[in-house]
Design a protein around this ligand. Structure first.
Ligand code: ATP
Ligand code: MG
Length: 202
């Protein structure tokens, strides 16, 4: 068997879980770990959006470097889920279709799984070059509390059951602002980074 430069065997089953991750939380991690288990994935990449173009302008978004540092801290102890800086390295607005194409080029025989929560799934048809996504990855949808899954027409998806955790980055930012606890909703290393960098008006 040929190994790539990083010593990994090709033809891997890779989960691609993109997000703003401002901050990453247990909802993200529990999703990643359980999708990996259910679909027998070799790795799940938590791909930090460089410029989350659908969110830009809505609020101040933490720098991509800090969001990457938080995802690295959140995944440090995990051997299946890892932080990916692919979209930071590429720069500019972050489109999953570009990321999937890049990964397909690295491992043409591999299989890719694009993981989205139900709220994100309902907007799949608004994504850049949406018609190309299904050719590049199996789309995996997980239910998220507070949003019913309405997958737009034309997308075939696989549903995976994961524990439903009503945690969102929006709520966590509000918690910091109002001085409520983050512990056990966010890994300790991420809490430290939030405090260290004075994120979210804490
Ligand atoms: P925000 O409130 O700022 O939008 P978020 O908590 O929704 O943050 P994102 O970075 O926007 O986090 O989401 C990245 C991906 O993770 C999306 O596909 C989203 O649906 C999914 N996701 C977020 N929170 C959960 C959760 N609690 N359970 C399952 N999936 C989730
Ligand atoms: Mg969101």
């Amino acid at each position: 068997m040929n190994l790539d430069d990083a010593g990994r065997s090709p033809a891997a089953r890779i989960g691609v879980f993109g997000g703003t991750f401002d901050p990453p939380h247990l909802g993200h991690l529990v999703t990643a770990v359980n999708v990996a288990h259910e679909l027998d994935l070799d790795r799940v990449l938590m791909v930090v959006a460089n410029e989350p173009w659908q969110k830009v302008g809505e609020r101040g978004i933490s720098s991509a470097a800090i969001r990457l540092a938080m995802v690295r801290a959140a995944t440090a102890a995990d051997d299946v889920v890892e932080a990916s800086d692919l979209e930071l390295v590429r720069g500019g607005p972050s489109y999953s279709v570009d990321t999937l194409e890049h990964l397909a080029g690295l491992d043409p025989a591999g299989e890719r799984f694009l993981v989205v929560g139900s709220d994100a799934a309902s907007g799949l048809d608004t994504w850049e070059r949406a018609d190309e996504l299904s050719g590049l990855a199996t789309i995996v949808v997980v239910e998220r509390p507070g949003s019913t899954t309405r997958v737009p027409e034309g997308f075939e998806v696989v549903h995976v059951e994961v524990p439903r955790l009503e945690v969102s980055s929006t709520d966590l930012r509000e918690r910091v602002r109002t001085g409520r606890p983050l512990r056990h909703l966010v890994p300790d290393g991420v809490v430290s980074l939030i405090r260290e960098h004075g994120l979210y008006g804490g």
